[in-house]
Design a binder for this molecule. Structure first.
Ligand code: ADP
Length: 635
């Protein structure tokens, strides 16, 4: 690289290796999506204007006597150039060098690695789209790009230029240009449509309608004598400030796309104005699909904050609770100070109040959607439900309403159900909502733990999201009915069973003693089951201790939990159990009794979703017993 001793000298440099790589990739992967260049360059222009407006608040004189904040699209048919000019913050010589050639943006390396791992071209193109290709997309349509810029508050203009080969140059200009930046695209062969007035207007409409600054165009000079005047081609007023009755669904969807081009369609939105002690306007969207990166709690919120028409920041976590991190939108406050900082936001009473309102509005919108269009809501739920459910755990205030919004798989039919429908279906005398947690709804519905409940006519909710463990931990009751895990403690389904239980305990004393002896400290105790109908045995967690699912979840997170000793329950009406009892009560119980007990224990482990502790021993035992059983068949 050349020296910078004389700041007014031309400088030639090479693109940093990663930058070159990204540049090549963008050009090669997005050839069928060329038109996105305009969106990207207009978005850069808009950012530059936001920055100037923001810094202008505190640095007087930065604006100079040119108060215009706008973008101009200028075509030159003869030179075959399209220029995107903005009156924004501009770039100094050093910034041109760094921003447009040298610095690989922080995400670049990670991006390249992920791109390497991506499969086919379409996947790559999608990935590139998600990362935001920015300035380099200019080379999709131009074989030479010149960036003429004057940083706000300075008098020097510089021109950066490159033909997308390995190098770029930065040259001082003799004449000072307007404040801000002009990106001059020397269009490639065959790209003349981007000189066309109508095409450009159409692209602005499609991609950049909601850029919050005027995008101006001058109709191409025709036969007429009068010089055409600049006219605005995007919408005049920010959508969230307009009145609801004037905005149609297409416009709302358009703004959603503007906020996140990759997000698809919005399911619905809530557009509101709050008056009173704090005044603010909000437009918040609920997505149809899970937005990119939603699963990560650290992911910043997608809500942009404006104060008195000035864009302050996006990624304002303070405004939206983590359990609503799938929403996107805009909040504009009239009361926050313009120089509000991230730190200040964290502990501002105004922000807390806004946050409370947002929570309420979003929950209202969800409830409305759920009752108006359950099908769409169910689709939304399968995408974002696991995140929304975190709110049941975290938000004491909204717990019951959020629980009411949750959908669960159930033993009653294939459709998901909500808690209210469960309450409606359950018998008058039932005061408990039964659930069971595990990895697969199908396996849970068939597990021994629920067979007694189903036989007694009870519905059981089948909870399969990892987060459900925390949900039921916090949600101990819903509308006065207790939530009860079907796989722990005693169910006490039948009040009159106490007396019978004593009899049964006596009748099966020999077998229970034998089981305790064989299984030793692998189990906590043995007891007669009140939940089994078809299966011989099952393992139950004592009420209030960590269940099997939670134990597995914690283990996968590297957390060893002291395993709660299971209670081994036996079904007194099962033939296997009565047979074993007869064997156990003989004066000399057969040796094989130990094998049977071990087998039943392993079977119980499998049905609760846990692994068998000694698979080899299990296989040996199984094989011995099969041999015996087949021999018995022959007799
Ligand atoms: P990104 O916008 O994602 O940071 P880009 O490649 O689009 O990446 O732009 C790189 C940087 O160049 C920007 O962060 C900004 O600092 C600068 N830049 C680009 N266009 C402009 C512009 N019109 N005015 C001022 N600075 C700009």
């Amino acid at each position: 690289m050349s020296n910078s001793a004389s700041p007014r000298r031309k400088r030639t440099g090479k693109f940093q290796a990663e930058v070159s790589q990204v540049l090549r990739l963008v050009i090669n992967s997005l050839y069928s999506n060329k038109e996105i260049f305009l969106r990207e360059l207009l978005s850069n222009a808009s950012d530059a204007l936001e920055k100037l407006r923001f810094r202008g608040l505190t640095e007087s004189g930065l604006m100079g006597d040119d108060e215009r904040l706008e973008v101009r699209l200028i075509t030159d048919l003869e030179a075959r150039t399209l220029t995107i000019h903005d009156t924004g913050i501009g770039m100094s010589k050093d910034e041109l060098v760094e921003q447009l050639g040298t610095i690989a943006h922080s995400g670049t390396k990670a991006f390249l690695e992920r791109l390497d791992a991506a499969g086919d071209e379409s996947q790559k193109a999608e990935l590139i789209g998600q990362f935001g290709v920015g300035f380099y997309s200019a080379f999709l349509v131009a074989d030479r790009v010149e960036v003429v810029s004057r940083a706000a508050g300075t008098e020097e203009s510089w021109m950066w230029s490159s033909a997308a080969d390995e190098t770029w140059t930065v040259t001082p200009l003799k004449e000072t240009t307007d404040r801000g930046t002009s990106v001059v695209l020397h269009l490639k062969e065959g790209m003349d449509s981007y000189l066309n007035d109508w095409t450009l207007r159409q692209l602005v409409k499609n991609y950049s309608e909601f850029v919050p600054f005027p995008i101006m165009m001058k109709p191409t000079v025709g036969e007429a004598d009068d010089e055409p005047t600049w006219e605005r081609v995007n919408d005049a007023e920010a959508i969230w400030r307009r009145s609801k009755s004037e905005i149609d669904d297409d416009e709302y969807q358009g703004f959603f796309k503007h906020l996140d081009p990759m997000a698809g369609e919005a399911m619905s939105w809530t557009h509101f104005q709050v008056e009173g002690s704090q005044q603010f306007t909000g437009l918040i969207y609920l997505p149809k699909q899970a937005p990119q990166g939603m699963q990560f709690v650290q992911h910043n919120s997608r809500v942009r904050l404006y104060v008195k028409r000035v864009f302050i920041m996006d990624e304002v976590d303070a405004l939206v609770p983590t359990w609503l991190r799938f929403v996107s939108g805009v909040i504009e406050s009239e009361d926050l100070p313009l120089n509000v900082s991230r730190e200040l936001l964290q502990d501002s009473a105004i922000v807390r109040s806004i946050k409370g309102q947002i929570e309420k509005k979003v929950i209202d919108a969800l409830a409305k959607q759920k009752s108006n269009d359950l099908e769409a809501y169910t689709e939304f739920w399968s995408a974002c439900g696991p995140v929304l459910k975190e709110g049941i755990h975290h938000s004491w205030k909204h717990r019951e309403r959020l629980a009411g919004l949750a959908l669960f798989a159930t033993t009653q039919g294939d459709e998901l159900t909500d808690l209210d429908a469960y309450l409606e279906r359950m018998g008058e005398d039932q005061d408990t909502i039964y659930y069971i947690t595990g990895e697969s709804a199908q396996a849970l519905a068939a597990s021994p733990h629920v067979e007694g409940l189903i036989a007694a006519g009870h519905e059981v909710l089948l909870l399969t999201d990892p987060i459900d463990e925390w949900v039921v931990d916090s949600l101990t009751e819903y509308k006065g009915k207790t939530l009860r895990n079907a796989s722990s403690g005693e169910l006490k389904l039948d009040e009159d069973a106490e007396a019978l239980r004593e009899e049964q305990n006596e009748a099966f004393a020999a077998l229970q003693g034998r089981i305790s002896q064989v299984l030793g400290d692998r189990i906590g105790s043995v007891r007669i089951s009140d939940r089994l109908t078809d299966s011989a045995v099952c393992l139950v967690v004592p009420e209030g201790s960590v269940n099997a699912r939670m134990e597995r979840l914690l283990k996968t997170h590297g957390q060893e939990v002291p395993a709660a000793k299971r209670i081994f329950e036996i079904n007194p009406s099962h033939p296997t159990i009565t047979n074993l009892q007869s064997l156990a009560s003989r004066d000399e119980a057969p040796e094989s009794l130990g094998d049977w007990v071990e087998l039943l224990y392993d079977q119980a482990l499998l049905t609760e979703g846990s692994a068998i502790q000694d698979p080899a021993a299990f296989a040996h035992r199984m094989s011995r017993l099969l041999q015996k059983a087949t021999a018995a068949e022959l007799n």
